[in-house]
Ligand binder design. Sequence first.
Ligand SMILES: Nc1ncnc2c1ncn2[C@@H]1O[C@H](COP(=O)(O)OP(=O)(O)OP(=O)(O)O)[C@@H](O)[C@H]1O
Ligand SMILES: [Mg+2]
Length: 260
Amino acid sequence: MTLICVASPKGGVGKTTLTANLAYTLQRQGYNVTVIDLDSQDALKLHFGIAFSDPQGYVSEATSKFYWHEMVRTTSSGIDVLAYGHTTREERQRFENFLANDPKALYQALRSFYGSSDDILLADLPPGHSVALDALCKLKPLCVTALLSDSASLAVLPSIEEGDFYPEDVSRHLYYVVNQLDLRSELSRDVYSLLKERLGASLLGSVHRDPAVSEAHALQISVLQHAYTSAVVNDLEMIAHNLMRLMPDAVLVQIRQAGE
Ligand SMILES: Nc1ncnc2c1ncn2[C@@H]1O[C@H](COP(=O)(O)OP(=O)(O)OP(=O)(O)O)[C@@H](O)[C@H]1O
Ligand SMILES: [Mg+2]
């Protein structure tokens, strides 16, 4: 299994949307994808047809279950979802204490997802520093940092590069995606050029700004279904392919089947 964290020092840059859209894109490449929401906003589930009013989630039970696999919800998309769920302050505190104090238990809880090399666990993190990010980083995930093509993202880049955002030991697995690239804006193009030069191979790609992304969310379908011809779909495929190259032992289901 490959664990991929989608995080950013900045809020509202599209982490949750990117997590969901990458899940759909990687699933189409033949992977078994599970998404896990580590953000108490509980918004990731909305991308998978689960209503906001649906209170069910894994966090309230997380500290009492040995394997979190048991709390997965299979959605009509075929993607398995660990929704955060509606929680009380006490439940969130208990969960954070668990994450902060028991890295072995977190590993155990996620171990049940370590089935085959075709399994991907994609984690959506809250904005900024979080107990969840520090805890997951101990498991050596691929860290995908979402940025925008703007001056605010440029401003936070040094803190990421200097190891102030992620725990230091993720530097070998640190990657970036630029979201909401707007080619009509000179500023967006200029900042993107700067980011490309500065980030080099750690930049996995960019996703164009396209209203189809928000429309797909409103329609409760994936952007792949809603706007198949959008540049966003190509962008996501490019990022997914770059991620796939980073999963050393991940073998495409199709390739394996072709060889059988
Ligand atoms: N490529 C895109 N084109 C157009 N709109 C986008 C794109 N990506 C994300 N959005 C929109 O940007 C808004 C913020 O997205 P999202 O909620 O995924 O951000 P986030 O980083 O998860 O936010 P938070 O920090 O609150 O968790 C949403 O309205 C979403 O539809
Ligand atoms: Mg989010």
